[in-house]
Design a protein around this ligand. Structure first.
Ligand code: CP
Ligand code: NVA
Length: 308
């Protein structure tokens, strides 16, 4: 039984296998209506619980659709509806859900909640985002990059903005998939050092460059995300905007990247804050392919978890 908790804790060969499996499944659906099932139904008779303690559009819809395309069924549960939100322990919730469902996906706040769920569940658990990481997003991003530009290994990937949960999973992926990573943003919002060290230990470059133009020079891929994440207090919004304004991804910044560089954003985007519409809707952007690829990547993750 495999849980998919983070990119740095999953073997490189397993990650690569999931990307290839996602690519094959996507290709096999060519021309098929979106809601139609796949030819193979590896999740037939399987029930998947999708737990959300935070809002979601992409994760919710893509997991639900992915399970259905593979012949399974879902229960979408909000944290507040469950007894989990009213004092029942995570361990007890995990034990109970394991008697009903075959797989659990959870989007939550603290990483400890995810880990406790995985520890006490008898079924695989998937990380659908915590305050600290967002591995499913980055699997979709690797799939998207490779679809457009071939192998990501050896490429230069630059993150501009807040060193947040999505950034953390991207740095882990640098180590696991073998690409160089540069962070540009204010020191107060640096990514955790442990992730930078992890990437370096795998033999890739993991650098911090405060000047965004210098950071983006020669980039193959430029990535950003919201300046205020769901777990950040709204009271921090003004300060963060002031700290991050200079790291907006706009046409001027993208001009420093390679001419064929891609731009990615996990979405939801705040247009004219972290990224301008000119970039979001411009020639470098693959943000909607990324969103679509959540579906294909997560189908591969779920098959890996259940070994089907
Ligand atoms: N990118 C992403 O995870 O989006 P949602 O918050 O809409 O699920
Ligand atoms: N960093 C964002 C990602 C949303 C998909 C957040 O945690 O709110």
């Amino acid at each position: 039984m495999n849980s998919f908790l983070d990119i740095h804790t999953t073997e490189k060969s397993e990650l690569r296998g999931m990307i290839e499996s996602a690519r094959r499944m996507k290709e096999a659906r060519n021309g098929r209506p979106k809601g139609a099932p796949d030819d193979e139904l590896p999740l037939k008779n399987r029930m998947v619980a999708l737990i959300f303690e935070k809002p979601s559009t992409r994760t919710r819809v893509s997991f639900d659709l992915g399970v259905r395309q593979m012949g399974g069924q879902t229960m979408v549960l909000s944290g507040t509806e469950l007894q989990l939100g009213h004092g029942e322990t995570i361990a007890d919730t995990a034990r109970v859900l394991s008697r009903y469902v075959d797989l659990i996906m959870i989007r939550t706040f603290e990483e400890a909640t995810l880990q406790e769920m995985a520890e006490y569940a008898d079924v695989p658990v998937i990380n659908g985002l915590t305050n600290r990481t967002h591995p499913c997003q980055i699997m979709a991003d690797v799939l998207t990059y490779e679809e457009h530009r071939g192998p990501i290994a050896g490429k230069k990937v630059v993150w501009s903005g807040d060193g947040n949960n999505v950034c953390a999973s991207l740095i882990q992926a640098a180590g696991q998939f073998g690409f160089d990573f540069t962070f540009t943003g204010p020191a107060a919002l640096d990514p955790e050092r442990v992730w930078m060290d992890f990437a370096r230990e795998q033999g890739v470059a993991a650098e911090i460059q405060r000047d965004p133009a210098k950071a983006v020079a020669g980039a193959d891929l430029v990535v950003t995300d919201t300046w205020v994440s769901m777990h950040d207090p709204q009271s921090a919004k003004e300060r963060r905007h002031n700290q991050l304004r200079g790291y907006q991804v706009n046409k001027k910044l993208m001009a420093h990247a390679k001419p064929d560089a891609l731009f990615m954003h996990c979405l939801p985007a705040h247009r004219e804050d972290e990224v301008t519409s000119a970039v979001m809707d411009g020639p470098h952007s693959v943000v909607f392919d990324e969103a679509e690829n959540r579906l294909h990547a997560q189908k591969a993750v779920m098959r890996w978890c259940l070994n089907v």
